[in-house]
Design a protein. Sequence first.
Lengths: 225, 203
Amino acid sequence: LKTVLRLLLNDLKRDGKRPWSLLLLAALPLVLSVLIASVFGGQGSSGPMPTVHVAIFDQDKDLLTGMLRSLPTQGDAAKHLRLHFVESREEGLRLVEKSKVSALVVLPKEMTANLLKGQTNAIELYENPAEQILPKVVRQGVSLLALGLSGAAETLGEPLRDIREMIRTNDFPAEAAVGGAASASVQKLRGLRTYLFPPLVQFETVPAAQFMPLRTNAPAALPPP
Amino acid sequence: MSDLLLILLPGAMYFWILFIGQGPMQEVLQEWESRILPRILACPVTAGQYVLSKLLRCFVLCSLAALLLLLASALLFGLKWGNPLKLAAVVAAWAGSMTGLLALIFAFCHTREQANVLSPVVLMVCAMLGGSMFPYENLPRFLQLLGHYTPNRWAVLALQGVARAKPLAELVGPVAGLVALGVLGSLLGFCLFKRRLAGGRRK
């Protein structure tokens, strides 16, 4: 063993006299990881969330699409979503080409009316090919929107039709009509109480160190449906 | 950035430290080819002692490089690597597995040229499958299955497990894999090298 240790010490002394190549190799993983983390991670979790710019060409201009206009002024959406309403498809595409927006969403004519009649609509989406992530975020958002609109039209179709008619008539609505629409809405929503109040699916922020991928992380206080 | 570094750094460290550990193993073949080895063995040194000293040197260099990187990343980027005792055990398992893997690769090669071709191929394939080059979770399912049996994957799981304070039961599997590779690889490499050097055959 003495001989082995002597040989080892001789070799290590030799390494110690010329450590630069070893140190350079040892520094490589750190340098490369920091570079990759800087490129893909930016400032990490403390960095600002990007704002998604979306061009909307609204050909419907009715009740449901009118609701869309108020979306980015509410809650977190106000910080992270900016809608640019355009007057023509060409204008929207120009914004995409100039990379001013991540995507152009074209809402079809008579969308609200068709939805309330139970007819199929097609929302067109033009993604900005120069961007990687944000257009996919918009695509997911539009899919969610389509699902939400479809669900809303199916569930609240009748009261929505009444409300739309009240808005379109330009007259002051009768008390009974307002009450009827409100009552019908509450009745419909009561049927969804199990799923929505409180929501059946909830989000919870868990510190990375406590994250257990194979467990549910269900909040203890969640009441049974 | 520290979260992302915690994901990227363990795999990259394991991959690059293997290149540091190659030095002693390459020296065995180099001294064998340049006929320095017979002169060393003419001294009161046996082939076994010579090979053992090279394996130990590989272990020491890999351990030092790993410790240096852990310390540097903690000081420069504030990474928290977890319990020092567990960390020391994982570093020892890392260095042992690197010694075993490199001893196996170099013991199967008869010339430096063979080793210079075979070694990067094996290390790169292990690195790609084991998540040292890109996230393991992004690999297709069948490659993940293969990658699960690479030392790189075990090394990443072990170090990330210590850093994230995972229960000991979750660390046992990857560390056991690393130790097994270290022990078996070193033993087999030692026997193959010793037999070849003691026999004096030169291809």
